[in-house]
Structure formats: structure tokens, C-alpha cells
Design a protein around this ligand. Structure first.
Ligand code: G3P
Ligand code: CA
Length: 301
């Protein structure tokens, strides 16, 4: 009897152990879109700066060009962070009443002809939109990468699987298995649970996965839901506001073996805190494991 109880205690304990370790150590400093407070987001300049600032991970958001190449860009459209309007004035389409220049409508060669730096500051004129491969070649061996599948449904509706492309990319680069390159750990993140499911079920992804949250109800982070979620992912990625709103989130996530990564701490938006370093200190003290920040140089050490 005693043996049975002990065995079930051990089994229960194991069921709650993380199957994979999300990060090689904690806390983790993630350069959000590169060191994007100081250089134009998702340019090699921003990634280079993130490495100089000793970020543990660098984040590329991913989009797909018309000719099927993964590039690093936050938006589905090119108009906010490049001079596409000037270079290709006639290539927009009307999306919900607005003229937009979709990444999916442009080849890589066309996108490479754009300036991705001037919008941020004239001194970055000539910066280009990097491919995921160029990003990896820069960062590999110096930091981890945490690619985000962006707008996967939108590509899916055009018959393109972002998840397939990402896994093929990682396989080609021999990074598709956990621990493949200890100097370059890989975590995949998404706001889309369906995208993460697809990575696991259809593409046999064994890498740690992070599910992001922008909104939540009272039930989202209930112990039951978190336990269920642990069958799919290794970590939750709530906005910092959700951590404020749900004070048990960190403790309950840790209890079922999920890590907690928050977004986004940035010097231009520190709310009640004196500066971004004080803000990050606060959340680290609460127990978060990792922080996306535009200011990786301000991460408390
Ligand atoms: O991926 C974490 C954080 O970057 C989510 O926000 O909109 O900057 O991708 P967003
Ligand atoms: Ca992101």
C-alpha cells in the first residue's frame, strides 16, 4: 500500500515536471525585435546591437515573401518600417479601407530594394529587411533565437504553411532538435495556439514552445487550463498587464511546470516605474523567467 502511494506521488510529481527546459538558465534577457529602442526593429543593426548588449536571446518575428522566403518583420505589411510607398507607389491593395503594401505581394528581391532604416533615424539609412537566414547567421553562436510565427492563418489561407517553412529552415540549419547547438538555443513562440499545435502534431517539432497572450478571461490561467496547456507548450507569454491583472499567474504556471515570459518592457513606456530597469526588476522579483525588452542593455543583472 505504502509503495503504491509513493509510486503515485512520484508519478504525479513527474506529470508536473516540465518535459523540456524552456531556457538554459533564468532569468533570460530577450532583445525584442533586436535592440529596438536604439536601432530600427528587425534590422541587422538592431540584432548586432542586441548581441553587444549581451541579450541572451534575440527575437525575429517572421513573415513570408511572395517567393516563399522567411523574412524578419513584425507587420504583415511593409509600409510602417520601410519606404515601400515611395519605391512601389502602385503596388498597394485596399485592406479594410486602407492602402497597404503586403509582404506577401513582394518578392525577396523587391523587398531587398527597400530602405528599412530611415523611418527610424537618418543615420540608419540603407539598412535592409533581413531574411531569417541572415538573422541566424549573425546571431548563431552568440545568443539564442526565439522566432515568432506571425499571422500564420493569413499565410495558411493562401495555401502556405509557415510552420512547415520554419521547421524546414531549422532542419537545414541543424537546429531542429533541442540542445542541437548549446550556443544557440531555440524557442518558438506564437499568439496562435493552432500554429503551435501544428508545429508539434504535423511537423514533429520537439523544441520548446511559448504561447503568447494579449487578452485573457478569468479562466484562461486557471490551474486546470494551465495543466492542460502543459501538454502542448513549455511556457506562457502574457503581456505584463496580464501579470498585473492575474496575480496568481506566475505561481500557478510554475506549479505545473510552465515558465513565464512577459512582453514588452521598453524605455518609452514604463508607466508607474521610474525607468525600464526598475520595471524589469519589479517583474523579475515577482518571479518571471524571461522578459522581452526593447532595451536589453537595461536588463538587471
Ligand atoms: O513576441 C512577444 C512580443 O513580441 C509580442 O508582441 O506584437 O511585439 O510581436 P509583438
Ligand atoms: Ca514578437
Amino acid at each position: 500500500m505504502h509503495f503504491i502511494i509513493m509510486t503515485s506521488v512520484i508519478m504525479a510529481h513527474h506529470m508536473h515536471e516540465p518535459s523540456l527546459k524552456m531556457y538554459p538558465k533564468t532569468p533570460i534577457n530577450i532583445a525584442h525585435r533586436g535592440a529596438s529602442a536604439y536601432a530600427p526593429e528587425h534590422t541587422l543593426a538592431a540584432y548586432r546591437l542586441a548581441l553587444e548588449m549581451k541579450a541572451d536571446f534575440v527575437e525575429p518575428d517572421l513573415q513570408i515573401t511572395k517567393d516563399g522566403v522567411l523574412i524578419c518583420m513584425h507587420d504583415e505589411t511593409l509600409d510602417r518600417t520601410t519606404n515601400v510607398k515611395t519605391v512601389f507607389p502602385d503596388r498597394s491593395r485596399n485592406v479594410k479601407g486602407k492602402e497597404r503594401w503586403l509582404v506577401a505581394d513582394f518578392t525577396l528581391a523587391e523587398i531587398k530594394s527597400l530602405d528599412a532604416g530611415s523611418w527610424f533615424n537618418a543615420k540608419f539609412a540603407g539598412e535592409k529587411v533581413p531574411t531569417f537566414q541572415e538573422m541566424l547567421d549573425l546571431v548563431r553562436g552568440k545568443a539564442g533565437i526565439i522566432p515568432e510565427t506571425k499571422s500564420p492563418e493569413s499565410y495558411e489561407s493562401q495555401g502556405i504553411s509557415m510552420e512547415k517553412l520554419v521547421m524546414e529552415f531549422l532542419k537545414t540549419n541543424k537546429l531542429d532538435q533541442p540542445g542541437a547547438d548549446p550556443a544557440t538555443p531555440v524557442v518558438i513562440q506564437s499568439f496562435s495556439q493552432a500554429s503551435l499545435k501544428k508545429l508539434r502534431a504535423e511537423y514533429s517539432c520537439k523544441l520548446p514552445l511559448l504561447l503568447l497572450y494579449e487578452r485573457a478571461t478569468r479562466d484562461t490561467f486557471s490551474p486546470e487550463n494551465l495543466r492542460e496547456l502543459k501538454n502542448l507548450v513549455e511556457g506562457v507569454g502574457p503581456s505584463k498587464l496580464l501579470v498585473d491583472q492575474f496575480p496568481n499567474l506566475i505561481k500557478d504556471s510554475h506549479e505545473v511546470g510552465l515558465s513565464v515570459t512577459i512582453y514588452t518592457c521598453r524605455s518609452k513606456q514604463t508607466g508607474k516605474f521610474a525607468d525600464v530597469k526598475a520595471e524589469m526588476k519589479y517583474y523579475l522579483k515577482l518571479g518571471v523567467d524571461a522578459i522581452f525588452t526593447d532595451n536589453p542593455d537595461q536588463f538587471p543583472r
